[in-house]
Design a protein around this ligand. Structure first.
Ligand code: ADP
Ligand code: MG
Length: 705
């Protein structure tokens, strides 16, 4: 590379480049492409092989190719449609003939004339004239030349705003030809070398201006080393930041080293009315290892609804209490807090642990009494809602915080409920019932350790699931009636279709009215997100208490309250839900000795894709499998529904397509930053500096440590 070239600052506006005037510059900016750096990472999505001129006879329908010859005839064709014209030319080379068509460009008659030499580039297809005659529609062309326009391996770009891909190609080429790029340091060279990766600048040059001998198939498959290098780099820098966070938590905070003893183990064993599943045992082992270590635990416990996370968390709490510390279990809703409190009492009945429930519905005096007892260290285990506990409960000796997030995310910032002036950081265990695909876990929760329970307690039968057209509503209603005759209860859920404020209200009330008409002798409850929290809790409580037979609702019931007597989950317009959401809903039934049923209703004549998604639900009840499929179908951006996940945006990597790269990058980054020192402390220090400035530039986040 010519070292006399000037540097281009990465933060320079893309407007300084060739072909990009003030109007295009504005357009690019609106689409998020502001700087030279943004433009450099706007990568081609496809490559065209324009290296060889193909003989017409060798072309196959479906190919994009460069070809050419002599114009045999050329004329504007009459068509019946008004305002639609067709210009057609017959092209011939030594091997054969084919057609080229241009729509609504009658003026081409002045440019393309019989007898001219022409070269063309475009996709060829069967002309429909028979005899294997091919045609090209609206091909690019050039008169009097052997090749159309550019030759070689030509990158193709998505247009940005109204700026055509071709303009972007030329601007980037201009940039790369005339400037040197002061790209910041990134992945250490030793790692690059070992993995056979290109340094960033070399990779960018290759991707934007592939040499004539580049492997086009590889580039189009997105598997070229140059492309993989950029993907690796992006993942590596992300993971290195997460590793740095983990390392900071480990090295710069003081945790509690809980002790175990045969006696403590015996106490814990007595709490168990059943044998732990293999998955529970493994998770518990990982948690206990963290708790006995000197660094504070930051662990995420994942597992489908009903897999038995709560008992595992309770055992962890018992370990904390046996060590003389307090534990807290935080849950999202009051009802859930109540349910947990009851089951905690059951499990701990043989101990002398002092427990307390702390929720908003307690009388003010009672609340104050609990607060004081907690502060005085007279309570060992507190169960309460997130909101209340974070509002200001002081613990005397908090050792373990268990946060049941159910289906919400973005808790990391909120997990700060540390005791007043304690000299240690309590251990934190976050539980989630949403099976999250591994690749997503690594990006969103990448700084947490992960325990996953994949098995279910023995004897648990997944709900019978069926996808049915609304035409069978009659038979379905008859089935619902039999269930209710047996004393069972039913959830009926409808998606909120309208975005409007009242959409939810309308959807739920309509469903409620319809059900009440269909089952006039039954009590139908109503629950939706537009109700006041107190009304909602009351509606839920009525269902829990068996006062209503059917609960017509929107997805507010996702949050995991246990109603063992509810056996049917009827879901309207089921194809409007994400797979993961359907799975969560289904998990609400079949949690007792009664068999559960999940009926997925769809409107007749829906799309094939919608049917396919429902088919997946019918086929499997493995939440992780469903989550992977969901991610595949919807893409990472939409996986969590709204953008509440704290999911970092990626510009070249794709966690599905590049899952292996993500794993590799994570391994390398954690080894280098958080691994045991290999004696190269200076190198590590440099890398940490690099990672810090990268996170500030890319994610606007300041990393300490
Ligand atoms: P999660 O919190 O993961 O949704 P829970 O901890 O509430 O699940 O467990 C669901 C039900 O299964 C509870 O009634 C619990 O007592 C029971 N359970 C948990 N683990 C086991 C086990 N190993 N064997 C039998 N029953 C179990
Ligand atoms: Mg610890």
């Amino acid at each position: 590379m010519n070292s006399n070239k000037p540097f281009a600052e990465l933060t320079t506006s893309a407007g300084c480049l060739k072909g990009i005037g003030p109007k295009r510059r504005k357009d690019l900016e609106r689409a998020g492409v502001r700087t030279i750096e943004d433009l450099l990472f706007h990568l081609p999505f496809r490559y065209e092989d324009r290296r060889t001129v193909r003989a017409i006879a060798s072309l196959r329908a479906g190919e994009r190719a460069l070809f050419g010859g002599e114009v045999v005839s050329a004329e504007v064709q009459k068509t019946r449609r008004r305002r639609f014209s067709l210009f057609r030319a017959v092209i011939e080379d030594d091997s054969g003939r084919m057609l080229a068509l241009w729509f609504n460009q009658p003026y081409l008659a002045d440019t393309i004339k019989p007898g001219y030499k022409i070269s063309l580039f475009g996709e060829v297809r069967d002309s429909g004239f028979g005899g294997g005659i091919l045609e090209a529609q609206n091909p690019q062309f050039e008169i009097g030349r052997d090749a159309a326009g550019e030759t070689g391996v030509v990158p193709v770009y998505e247009k940005v705003g109204s700026v055509p891909g071709r303009v972007i190609r030329l601007a980037v080429a201009d940039l790369l030809e005339h400037y040197r790029l002061p790209l910041p340091a990134s992945v250490p060279p030793s790692v690059m070398e070992r993995l056979g990766l290109f340094p960033t600048e070399k990779a960018l040059r290759f991707i934007h201006m592939p040499p004539p001998d580049a492997d086009v198939a590889q580039l189009n498959a997105w598997s070229h080393a140059a492309q993989r290098s950029l993907v690796f780099e992006e993942f590596f820098m992300l993971q290195a930041g997460l590793a740095l966070r983990r390392r900071t938590a480990r090295d710069e905070t003081v945790g509690i080293s809980f002790k175990t003893s045969p006696q403590i183990r015996e106490t814990l064993r007595k709490m168990l009315p059943f044998r732990l599943t293999e998955g529970q045992r493994q998770a518990l082992k990982e948690i206990v290892e963290d708790m006995t270590a000197a660094q504070p635990m930051r662990r995420l416990l994942q597992g489908d609804v009903g897999c038995g996370k709560t008992i595992v968390a309770l055992l962890a709490a018992a370990l904390a209490v046996e060590n003389g510390y307090q534990a807290v279990l935080m849950v999202p809703t009051e009802i859930l807090a109540g349910q947990h409190f009851v089951s905690v009492g059951r499990h701990l009945s043989h101990t002398r642990y002092r427990t307390a429930l702390l929720t908003g519905s307690l009388a003010a005096g009672e609340k104050e009494r609990v607060r004081q007892a907690v502060a005085a260290g007279e309570i060992d285990l507190v169960v309460g809602t997130h909101a209340l506990i974070q509002e200001g409960v002081e613990f005397r000796r908090l050792g373990l915080a268990i946060i049941d997030e159910q289906h919400r995310f973005g808790v990391l910032q909120r997990a700060r409920l540390m005791g007043g002036g304690a000299q240690w950081e309590p251990d934190v265990l976050i539980m989630t019932a949403t099976p999250i695909p591994r690749s997503l876990t690594l990006t969103v929760f990448g700084d947490l350790s992960l325990s996953v329970i994949r098995d279910m307690p023995p004897g648990r039968q997944p709900p019978v699931t069926a996808a049915r057209s609304e035409r069978s509503l009659g038979r379905i209603n008859a089935f619902l009636e039999t269930q209710m005759k047996e004393g069972r209860q039913i959830y009926a859920v409808a998606p909120v279709i309208e975005e409007s404020k009242n959409g939810e209200l309308q959807t739920a009330t309509e469903l409620h009215e319809r059900l009440q008409r269909t089952f006039p002798h039954r009590r139908v409850g109503l629950l939706h997100g537009r109700m006041k929290p107190a009304e909602r809790e009351a509606a839920m409580a009525a269902f829990v208490g068996g006062e209503t037979d059917i609960l017509a609702c929107t997805t507010v019931i996702e949050v995991g309250v246990d109603v063992p007597n509810a056996t049917v989950m009827l879901i309207e317009n089921a194809d409007r839900f994400g797979l993961s959401q359907l799975h969560q809903l289904r998990g609400r039934v079949g949690r007792s000795e009664h068999r559960g049923y999940c009926i997925l209703l769809y409107k007749p004549g829906g799309s094939e894709n919608a049917r396919q998604r429902l088919e997946i639900m019918v086929k499997t009840s493995d939440g992780f499998e469903i989550a992977e499929k969901d991610l595949e179908l919807r893409g990472p951006g939409d996986f969590f529904g709204t953008r509440q996940s704290g999911m970092p945006t990626l510009r070249v990597g794709n966690i599905i397509r590049d899952a292996e790269m993500l794993q590799a990058a994570r391994r390398e980054a954690f080894e280098l930053i958080a691994g045991p020192g290999s004696g190269e402390e200076r190198e590590r220090g440099e890398l940490i500096e690099t990672v810090r400035s990268h996170w500030e530039r890319r994610y606007g986040l300041v990393l300490i440590g």
